[in-house]
Design a binder for this molecule. Structure first.
Ligand code: 8X3
Length: 258
């Protein structure tokens, strides 16, 4: 049963990867879209394509979730236009570098903490009061298996995703007594621009993460997000952890069959 038709879904980081795939999967379920990313041209193209294809409303905005004032202005503008989302997908996030803590780049740390933790908080803080006012809504945080188990050289990325896990659980507690649900979807190895960003554009290194095995796709993760959002209103799926069949733990990946 499709319970999503006519709902409005806000997706951050919607220009590529899991965010873009979510836009496509939710649009296919008849939801209206509020897409944002720093790469506004890209989200505009996606919004136009999906509104034509599915007959939905799709708005695209430039948004850097680390820019506190911009996030507040964006959400105020949405609320003023009567576009409070029914579902918020906090997808914008990244890994930068793979280093031992004592050798890590402070710039990488700032970027990860600012986007994965503070950015998620800014967007959530701006959107959720509107949901509380309506006593309805669903927040889906894109976490990671890196927020459940640490792995070598992943310390700060791990810490940011552990923070997402903590925030998802804490938000659920804070929202007791409302009809607002909070979920996190925590994927393992997923083939997106993730590794290219992590390795500062080193495509060869990024490709080698995926080409020797069979990772999840962004579509697989989007499919899980639709499942979580589509659960009946009295069901709150706290956490959905998913890995490709070739993976059973961070770094524990079967690369023999590729
Ligand atoms: C992505 C999963 O294990 O590559 O967040 O860090 S992992």
């Amino acid at each position: 049963m499709n319970r999503l038709t006519g709902k409005r879904v806000l997706i951050t980081g919607a220009s590529a990867g899991i965010g873009e795939a979510c836009a496509r999967h939710f649009a296919a379920h008849g939801t209206h879209l509020l897409l944002s990313a720093r790469r506004v041209e890209r989200v505009r193209e996606i919004a136009e394509e999906l509104s034509t294809e599915h007959g939905i409303e799709a708005r695209a905005d430039a948004l850097d979730v680390t820019d506190r004032a911009a996030v507040t202005a964006y959400v105020d503008d949405l609320a003023g236009a009567g576009l409070v989302p029914d579902v918020l997908i906090n997808n914008a996030g990244k890994a930068k570098g793979l280093d031992k803590l004592h050798e890590g780049s402070l710039d990488h740390w700032d970027e990860m903490i600012d986007t994965n933790v503070k950015g998620l908080l800014y967007v959530t803080r701006a959107v959720v009061p509107h949901m509380v006012e309506r006593d309805s809504g669903h927040i889906i945080n894109i976490g990671s298996i890196a927020g459940r188990w640490v792995y070598p050289k992943g310390a700060v990325y791990n810490a940011t995703k552990f923070a997402v896990k903590a925030l998802s659980e804490a938000m659920n507690i804070d929202l007791l007594g409302t009809r607002i649900r909070v979920s996190s979807v925590d994927p393992g190895l997923t083939e997106t621009e993730f590794s290219e960003v992590r390795f500062d554009g080193d495509t060869e290194r990024a490709d080698s993460v995926y080409s020797t095995t069979e990772p999840l796709t962004a579509d697989d993760v989007a499919d899980a997000c639709v499942y979580v959002a589509n659960a009946p209103e009295h069901v709150d799926i706290f956490n959905l952890v998913m890995m490709p069949t070739v993976q059973r733990y961070p770094g524990y990946i079967d690369r023999t069959g590729a």
